[in-house]
Design a protein around this ligand. Structure first.
Ligand SMILES: [Zn+2]
Length: 283
């Protein structure tokens, strides 16, 4: 747990997975990324889903939900995904139940971020995982994700999303807004067209959940993106802007997929644009 002004931040893993290293590094040659992220015999690298619990004193807020408990067996095997419900297991380990979450903020709606938003209950029904929570997403990300585009079927399984609308627990935001006092959205685009980072400020301290704008501490160079990024040039414009804000203000960067560091401070760096000065395994 890390104190941030009056807030408490805790990393809640939504489960580890493995993925082909090339997909996480797009056009970056393997000779470069594999020095930072060693690949196994199948070219896979280990990734985390570092969700963040923000306890404001008034509310328990969860940022992103990992891949959840509904992955089909074949996908579970491909990703070497955790059995059961890793998000709830790790939330319990932090002393909270699903009932205790008041608000869930989704950076974007890909399956490894929104999968844990819903679950299958004892009656075989798809239900929101957090029965007392409101859920927040960018309206245009939701429209894109639920538009039924066949080319996005794998990225946005509808079982993660539609139950939130059916149970009327999803609230939409448009652009950069204060979600609750001290927590605001910062739309970055890039990874998806309406992807957002989450800015958390309390007292004179700050942290930014970067989502897939910069998924690990190894993705700091401006030109290093993920093969799935939809708008590569937007990512290259926005990433140095957001990382620069974090570095110049002495804030925390929160990494969603880094298996070794859930958070770190940043400094500007001539060679790699930015470098991490103070990595933390988990908050
Ligand atoms: Zn992701």
């Amino acid at each position: 747990m890390q104190q941030l002004g009056n807030f408490q931040l805790t990393t809640i893993s939504g489960g580890q997975f493995v993925i082909d290293g090339g997909t996480m590094f797009g056009v970056v040659p393997k000779t470069m990324w594999s020095r930072l992220f060693p690949a196994d015999d199948h070219n896979n690298i280990l990734q985390e889903t570092n969700c963040v619990l923000v306890q404001t004193g008034d509310q328990n807020i969860l940022i992103d939900t990992g891949y959840g408990s509904k992955l089909a067996p074949k996908l579970r095997k491909i990703f070497a995904a955790a059995e059961g419900d890793p998000l709830l297991k790790n939330l319990n380990a932090a002393g909270l139940d699903a009932d205790d979450i008041d608000l869930v903020i989704l950076s974007h709606l890909h399956f490894d971020h929104a999968g844990g938003a819903t679950r299958i209950d004892e009656n075989g029904e798809l239900v929101p995982t957090f029965p007392n929570a409101r859920y927040i997403a960018q309206r245009r990300e939701w429209m894109y994700a639920t538009a039924g585009l066949p080319e996005l079927r794998g990225a946005y399984p509808q079982e993660n999303l539609l139950p939130l609308a059916e149970h009327q627990v999803i609230d939409f935001i448009d652009g950069d807004v204060e979600i609750v006092p001290g927590i605001r959205s910062l739309v970055t685009g890039g990874h998806t067209y309406h992807h957002m980072a989450i800015v958390i400020e309390s007292g004179d301290e700050g942290a930014v959940y970067l989502g897939d704008l910069c998924p690990t501490s190894r993705h700091l160079p401006t030109l290093w993106g993920i093969a799935y990024d939809l708008d590569v040039l937007q990512l290259r414009r926005k990433k140095p802007e957001v990382l620069g804000m974090i570095a110049d203000r002495g804030w925390w960067a929160l990494w969603d997929h880094d298996p070794d560091h859930a958070a770190g401070k940043l400094v500007r760096d001539d060679r790699r644009d930015f470098a991490m000065s103070d990595g933390v395994k988990a908050l």
